[in-house]
Design a protein around this ligand. Structure first.
Ligand SMILES: *[C@@H]1O[C@H](CO)[C@@H](O)[C@H](O)[C@H]1NC(C)=O
Ligand SMILES: *[C@@H]1O[C@H](CO)[C@@H](O)[C@H](O)[C@H]1NC(C)=O
Length: 204
């Protein structure tokens, strides 16, 4: 049973609000959707800026994507006819590009804070949500609270997270969580935490 629930968690969720009207996407997640944030984290061991990555991507060079080609986020953006947004950490705090969508995904990240801790640096889902809050504040400062609220409510949100909570946490016998929780308890912990995170981010 826990496998089925786990699959549900790391199945990518796509929330689409007024698809046609909107060209703004906010992407959250892990290495499956990262487009280069970890390149900006000096001490992160979860990096993919090596020559063998990106060989099938435009330009043929590594971008920080954990793939030889495009991420699922890139592919979905293309299908929607919109550009795949840049990594959050590549943008200035008040960058105009924030108005067009941002990618917060970070390789090694999970729902839980301590997931992927041996990568030293990565942006956990909580971190990504905080960065989104900062983005929203910056957008408000640029176009006003009302327009910012409209932009955010019409945006497309893409969240793909949860696999690292198993691969780089629960399934590692030397980490505390595998000792502390049964399978079912761990699934409950992930679902409960994710629910809270989605509620919090909804209020920004
Ligand atoms: C992560 O740590 C912070 C600070 O201790 C805490 O407020 C937050 O609830 C934790 N988040 C999760 C998902 O455990
Ligand atoms: C969101 O960002 C604003 C501005 O930086 C800050 O005042 C507020 O406390 C943040 N909210 C949370 C829940 O972090």
């Amino acid at each position: 049973m826990w496998m089925a629930l786990a699959t549900t968690i790391f199945t990518t969720m796509l929330a689409v609000a007024s698809l046609a009207a909107s060209t703004v996407t906010f992407v959250f997640g892990d290495s499956l959707t990262e487009v280069g944030n970890n390149n900006y984290l000096s001490y992160s061991l979860a990096k993919s800026n090596y020559p063998w990555y990106g060989v099938d991507y435009a330009g043929g060079r590594a971008t920080g994507r954990f793939t030889n080609g495009r991420t699922i986020g890139d592919i979905i953006s293309k299908k929607l006819g919109i550009p795949s947004p840049p990594p959050y950490l590549s943008l200035a705090q008040n960058d105009d590009a924030l108005l067009k969508g941002v990618n917060y995904a970070s390789g090694g990240a999970g729902i839980l804070n301590d997931t992927g801790l041996y990568f030293i640096q990565r942006m956990s889902f909580d971190d990504q949500i905080q960065k989104f809050n900062k983005t929203k504040e910056a957008i408000k400062a640029k176009i006003g609270a009302e327009a910012a609220a409209k932009l955010c409510s019409e945006a497309i949100y893409f969240i793909g997270i949860g696999s690292n909570d198993y691969v780089n946490n629960y399934l590692q016998p030397f980490l505390a969580d595998s000792q502390q929780y049964t399978y079912d308890e761990f699934v409950e912990l992930l679902i409960g935490t994710l629910e809270g995170q989605l509620k919090v981010s909804n209020h920004y």
